[in-house]
Design a protein around this ligand. Structure first.
Ligand SMILES: [Zn+2]
Length: 503
């Protein structure tokens, strides 16, 4: 995990040699003291070259632009300078609304507050003046504003989703290269990105193109039916392609960098690709991980080794086989290597199924089999669990008996073969069961509900039920994480695993 990466070692060297993270990224605040106060990040290579300005979060209901810019803000360049403002409109982002809260129509649309009057941008509204002053001070050669539409333009949608909008004809070649890169791997022609011309009037990118003579682009991903991780990767792919073409970075592999190498916070990847539940699930998990740097991660990121920059990965509810199928064999190998080398794995419901032993697609992280597999559609219910002593320690609770939301998670028992692994340790037992669609509710009584163990150097914690969807247990995910990423393994508990009496 983190410390094994070459560029981490580089960062660590910088830490020793000089005043640090500032070496990697410089930062400051725009609009300090106002509700629109927002951070900018800059990496100056100190080698003569272009300045590229990336803006995200102009519209609060377009999360991929904001997230991708947050990821790009951790990048450094070999030539020129990259400047990023990931959250241009913080009140709208907080409310997840397009407009500035409380303002209607164009009065609330920050990306209509940069009108050009006599060749000069004359910003209006509460946030644009400070933002525009910053843009001018940066003296950008290229301005890229990251947005999202609701549909696919190539499929005939009125939305500009899945397009690159470029202002000047002179920048057509740049646009074409970015389109080629982002469309690689998009097989459905109706989902491919298309070129559009002429950026909407009174927008920041058009203002920069017209009044600062900058190369201006708006990138538009599509929110409909596409996970956040995919849309973020599309934004990063287009940005990285432009940086390569400008000779600012050597190759586009930087597209796999999502987090800052020296981020002191726990860095958590939540899987949101095929087989995972919807976007609200990811938001729920993220809300329960205060103080962490949280990113969504998808099959392409995992297959490219993207997990290695994170402390932990969470595989959430949905379908275990669906998740396994989506990440494919190469992704499954990546997850196993990640954990083996010291990464943490938290599985909830489907994510717990994925980590077990006895499916053809199993990750085989813990020596546990899924039982009564033919009755997996056994239903949803609030079920009673008993915490073991280690369970009470991990979740820091004095209560040993609790009710928890269950939604067809796995029923587990030790596998026949440990294959060199320690026995998993039970943190909680089911004491009641549910049985629909022909299942016997008694089968799950006194089977493990929550387990933990090690795989190689890494730690694994699996929930069959859903603490994150259970009122009063909102802190459990964070507690599980704290245990799974703790530096020192507290050994000696393994003997208390399945060999101990369930009661
Ligand atoms: Zn937008």
């Amino acid at each position: 995990m983190k410390m094994n990466r070459p560029w981490i070692r580089l960062a660590a060297t910088l830490l020793l040699a000089a005043p640090v993270a500032a070496e990697i990224v410089e930062q400051g605040i725009i609009g300090e003291g106002t509700p629109f106060a927002t951070r900018w990040y800059s990496h100056d290579s100190e080698v003569e070259g272009p300045t590229v300005l990336i803006i995200g979060g102009m519209h609060g209901d377009e999360p991929a632009g904001h997230r991708a810019a947050t990821q790009v803000a951790t990048w450094s360049v070999d030539r020129g300078r990259i400047v990023v403002v990931p959250a241009a409109n913080p009140p709208a982002l907080a409310d997840r609304t397009r407009r500035i809260p409380g303002l209607e129509e164009d009065a609330g649309d920050l990306n209509r507050h940069f009108p050009v009057v006599d060749g000069t941008v004359t910003p209006t509204g509460p946030a644009a003046p400070a933002l525009w002053s910053f843009v001018v001070s940066v003296e950008p050669d290229v301005v890229i504003d990251l947005h999202e539409g609701y549909g696919f333009r190539a499929a005939g949608s009125k939305s500009v989703g899945s397009s690159i909008i470029t202002h000047r004809r002179a920048d057509d070649a740049a646009q074409a290269l970015m389109l080629e890169a982002v469309n690689t791997g998009i097989e459905d022609p109706e989902r491919q990105f298309v070129p559009l011309r002429s950026i909407v009037a009174r927008s920041l990118a058009r203002g920069a193109a017209v009044s600062l003579d900058a190369e201006g682009h708006i990138f538009e991903t599509t929110t409909a039916k596409q996970p956040l991780s995919r849309r973020c990767r599309q934004h990063r792919t287009m940005v990285a392609t432009r940086l390569v073409a400008l000779d600012m970075i050597e190759d586009a592999s930087i597209v796999n960098q999502l987090v800052c190498p020296v981020d002191a916070r726990p860095t958590i990847a939540i899987y949101d690709g095929g087989g995972a539940g919807g976007a609200s699930q990811g938001r729920r998990f993220e809300a329960q991980l205060p103080g962490c740097r949280v990113d969504r991660i998808g099959p392409a990121d995992i297959q490219a080794g993207g997990l290695d920059q994170f402390d932990a990965v969470i595989f959430p509810g949905g379908s275990g086989s669906g998740q396994a199928k989506a990440i494919q064999q190469s992704g499954r190998d990546s997850v196993r290597s990640f954990v083996k080398d010291g990464g943490a794995y938290i599985g909830v419901c489907a994510g717990a199924y994925l980590a077990l032993d006895n499916y053809s697609w199993s990750l085989q992280l813990l020596a546990l089999d899924s039982i009564d597999r033919e009755h997996w559609r056994r239903g949803r219910a609030m079920l009673r669990i008993d915490l073991t002593e280690p369970g009470r320690e991990v979740f820091d609770t004095g209560d040993s008996t609790l009710d928890i939301s269950f939604r067809q998670g796995p029923l587990m028992r030790p596998s026949a073969e440990l294959d060199g692994r320690d026995e998993a340790e039970v943190l909680a037992w089911f004491r009641t069961g549910v049985g629909e669609n022909g299942a016997d509710p008694q089968v799950m009584v006194d089977t493990p509900a929550i387990v933990r163990g090690r795989f190689g150097q890494g730690r694994v914690l699996l929930f069959s039920p859903h603490p994150e969807k259970t009122e009063g247990l909102e802190s459990w995910l964070r507690s599980a994480l704290d245990w799974s990423i703790a530096e020192q393994q507290s050994t000696g508990d393994a003997a208390r695993g399945f060999s101990s009496s369930p009661r």
